[in-house]
Design a protein around this ligand. Sequence first.
Ligand SMILES: NC(=O)c1ccc[n+]([C@@H]2O[C@H](COP(=O)([O-])OP(=O)(O)OC[C@H]3O[C@@H](n4cnc5c(N)ncnc54)[C@H](O)[C@@H]3O)[C@@H](O)[C@H]2O)c1
Length: 425
Amino acid sequence: MSSFVASSAADRSHIRDLSLHGQGEKKIQWVIGRMPLMRALQEQFEKEQPFAGKRVVICLHLEAKTAYLARVVQSGGAEVTVVASNPLSTQDDVIAALVQGGIAAHAWHGASDEEYHAHIRAALDTHPQLIIDDGGDLITTLHHERKEQVATVIGGCEETTTGILRLRAMERDGALRVPMMAVNDAYSKYLFDNRYGTGQSVWDGIMRTTNMVVAGSTAVVVGYGWCGKGVALRARGLGARVIVCEVDPIKAVEAVMDGHEVMPMREAARHGDFFVTVTGNRDCVTGAHFDVMKTGAILANAGHFDVEISIPDLRERAVAVTDARPNVQGFVMADGRVLYLLAEGRLVNLAAGDGHPAEVMDMTFALQALALRHVAQQALAPGVHNLPAELDRRVAAMRLGADGRSIDELSDAQKAYLAGWSHEA
Ligand SMILES: NC(=O)c1ccc[n+]([C@@H]2O[C@H](COP(=O)([O-])OP(=O)(O)OC[C@H]3O[C@@H](n4cnc5c(N)ncnc54)[C@H](O)[C@@H]3O)[C@@H](O)[C@H]2O)c1
């Protein structure tokens, strides 16, 4: 299936096909044209060399925007290795272009569970000093299987909500032994990436995979966090009736005020044409829900792991499973209804699309690059660290500047007014 390719970075890589590099390079060049913040950081890092001589492992969804992040980190003097954070989101041509450009990679699209974990171990074999993780599989493997390597890790950054939940659980248990920056928790990340990035790219993934009309349909969005708000907003924009399922009463009220219907999943299951889970939790759509769904219902997940829609329950009920279209499996129920699962229940926007738009990832990856530089320079204590507010504001300001927009500034009198309490004239 895969090949162990020979030559420079290729000697250190496990990828599918190096000859795909031309096509991958085109994809990378396309996104570079849309990532002005990263271009500015690349220029700065080339001069400042903040990662000079450091070994860095980047474990993310491996597509064109991530490839550019890897190159920007490499421009800062690092020896970079990339590895997939999800076996279905890897784009083999993009990986080939990275390897051709001197970055080692361990990943191929559709890797089995065993291969996926072998790739993570191969990346850890490079003895990274800095890491970027997405979802926590790299950091947990480091702590479980490579205890002897932990001391040489200066620290790292975590990309997503689920990864930060895992890091905080490790910290609570006294198990986290390296400093990790919670990049997801920066305003410039979740307000834009989780909301607008996921909102747009989830529907892009669903539409390009199914070629179905969304207008006039009923979309059930499970989870009304930052991602769910975006998915619901864009569903409504496409003309769908939106039902939100939540477990948090505050988020549920927010959904109501935003103009959506709110009901428990056991009721929503009867209505939906599209179901999108985006909770970071397991078993949100299960057997009892499948039993009452309409035939033709589309099941898609946008949460980090493929546990939100219960695939075991779906399999248990199916009398047959068909490959209806690429990335679409039809589960035929005993009563003849067919429920369609997209991208094997993995993140639909990445496994059945190209992920977030480049302009959104420009901000997220600018945060990643600046956070990694912060970790490299600050000798932080083990634990989960929030990004300094200054970095967060700087990225937002860079975004405005790149768009040619400017905003007002506080005068000294206004600053004094906001900082004071007597409010005398
Ligand atoms: N697809 C992508 O590109 C992408 C991008 C960013 C984050 N994510 C992932 O998406 C998931 C959600 O991220 P987020 O930032 O929106 O998190 P969040 O914490 O802001 O929101 C999650 C919401 O789900 C709700 N929830 C939990 N269990 C539920 C259940 N059983 N039923 C209904 N609602 C439930 C919570 O109350 C919460 O409001 C995470 O796994 C995250 O890692 C995916």
